[in-house]
Design a protein around this ligand. Sequence first.
Ligand SMILES: Cc1ncc(C[n+]2csc(CCOP(=O)(O)OP(=O)(O)O)c2C)c(N)n1
Ligand SMILES: [Mg+2]
Length: 797
Amino acid sequence: MSKHDTLPILAALERKVLWLASWTIHNANHLRENSDGLKVGGHQASSASLATIMTALYFDVLKSADRVAVKPHASPIFHAIQYLLGKQTRERLQAFRGYKGAQSYPSRTKDADDVDFSTGSVGLGVAQTLFASLTQDYVRAHGWGSERPEGRMIALVGDAELDEGNIVESMLEGWKQGLRNCWWIIDYNRQSLDAVVREGLWQRYEQLFRNFGWDVVIVKYGSLQQAAFKEPGGEKLRAWIDNCPNQLYSALVFAGGAAWRKRLNDEIGDQGDVSRLIAKRSDAELAALMNNLGGHDLPALLDAFHGVTTDKPTCFICYTVKGFGLPMAGHKDNHAGLMTPAQMDTYRKAQDVREGHEWDKFEGLSLPPERLQAFLDAVPFAAGGDRRLKAPAIPVPDRLTAPRQAVTSTQTGFGAILNEIGRGDDDFDRRIVTTSPDVTVSTNLGPWVNRRGLFAHEKMADTFKNERIPSTFNWEFSPQGQHFELGIAENNLFILLSALGLSHTINGERLLPVGTLYDPFIARGLDALNYACYQDARFLVAATPSGITLAGEGGAHQSISEPLIGMAQDGLASFEPAYVDELAVIMRWAFAYMQKDGDAAPSERNWLRDETGGSVYLRLSTRPIEQITREMTDTLAQEIVDGAYWLRKPGPNAQIVVAYAGAVAPQAIEAVGLMAEDRRDVGLLAVTSADRLNAGWTAAQRARERGLVHARSHIERLLADVPAYCGLVTVLDGHPATLAWLGAVAGHRVRPLGVEHFGQTGSLADLYRHYGIDTNAVVAAAEAIVPGRPIRHLKAL
Ligand SMILES: Cc1ncc(C[n+]2csc(CCOP(=O)(O)OP(=O)(O)O)c2C)c(N)n1
Ligand SMILES: [Mg+2]
């Protein structure tokens, strides 16, 4: 079909998309039964701003291999487009923002109409497209997925969204990594939520993008304006538009044709030709001309998009009007504005939509429905079939191992386990991809990187090696490398993990991503981590060092709240093992768990939904501790994965049980040893995952409440035989609330020990004593809750 034939169809679809989106929002707010009396909202103005751009993209420019992150508030436009393409149902549109309805912000996991990337927290979806493009390149450089066409990774970006620093962080990384096939289309409506944006912002953007190696295309004037500029006096009009402040332009868009005329006549009306240019247009024509910014003009947009012939990252700055085509257009307070029923009625009539036919796809359009349907059936974007790709699970070895060391830390063990994996060359070894924000060496990924190399489009030798200068690390880049070295930006780490962790469904090629960072800096990237989990990306993150155990480094580097984050973060199973043999079991399980995609029903053994899979967080330590020599039986391995096991099972008369997690194991063991000199049957519970224990406990209780009376979680079984009078001391290098709930499982009195205040520098002994997580503190806590006389022990503390 020639461009000549396509334009009228696209223009009709643009009207329809805007109508359907507006109707969807109106329906949700004014027509649907809404017993709580609250308006559900829907961002009518913000959506309208992108109606033309998205029409041009989805119905003409996009290919099926392209992937798009849609600005959160354009969700109604996206759903309307999918409805026209037959991929969204009327029922879900009618339930927009309601239970199980089309989502307020496009959601990969909760929407049914093939959202490529979730958005909502502004900035993150934008950066996701950049990292998705790097991931696509990584996959292809490794020889996978070349049977599919390459896609462009596209973000529809709000202009105020660019204030989010994570976008700039990602641009810097994209520049370093040779970004290709990435388009960011800025909806330059010059409005944010609260107000009108600063003058001249586009110039800052333009320079910013060019500095990072992007092409910039500015789509400022629509075709009506371009034609008017060629009329006598047109250049004067253009100069006026170019000099008009954003606030004033927005205000005049809102005020309409008569206001435009008055203002233009006041400012440039006595200048001959231009007066005639203005005078020969009616108010409506004048408003149409002045509102005809490039971002609302199909010919200008199609020229701009089709004009790109390279794979260079490209930014389009498209001038738009927030609320375009609606009565609230341009008003600075329009962000959460809703049309009134009367306004909607006027709009309905103007669209020739009959009452009762509001959802009809082609209602009110003058083109024949068959022609429109035939066009929709042939839209290239929708031609490729299922957009959710699948990739088979990569078999995980039966065991992961590290050379045995008598005294070592979980961080060292982590590096050693990956180093062992790095020796092999089967599919499992090749599909692992590691990444770290400038802490590769200090989180112990160095040995793995030495074996597998760093990833880059081009080969880059390690100059130190070439110059024969001895160095522990071989820093060689090549397209075959398996490590992404990132600059220091934890947001980038988590967004890259999100992109790598969706490769199976975006590229049809599975990767097993492993990221490392320092535990306290999880907080820096937390929203990006949450975003990655919300999209159901699959990865393993190892956070190390952690806690006050980092002694000499001091309070700025000592994490406290992260164990609670690990428990509370959905989609992330978290572990804090103490011993390397536990870690090996957990990592093996994690690589399989990351690939699961099954039934959401919980297992009757631990009441966890393991079959659905998820991502995994390992909180690891630099503290070398004496390892236990033991056989890793299947039962023990299972308990480690379920979250806890008895290191010393309490006897029938136990008065004290100590439960510990992570690096404080030696303190817990010593305290139990001392107390055992005076009290019989003292128990020691090794907790490897407070998160999984807690989740299983909650799920089993819920199951019992629903009538499954025999439902028992792992922690309930472990504590079942502990006498009711027994006290429970819990201890970890992290917030005490992590384990405090253990007392509620079977009604035991509990004294939770942990860290509540910022750490500081000192020796390990100093700090453990100061914060009350040393051997002495465990014994003192036990003494406070144990029944009967004080505990005597032979060794002085
Ligand atoms: C991280 C984050 N902070 C704040 C918000 C709330 N918020 C939603 S939209 C918006 C303004 C967006 O302005 P812009 O990107 O220009 O889009 P427009 O509404 O103009 O279409 C804000 C502050 C959010 N969604 N995410
Ligand atoms: Mg804006």
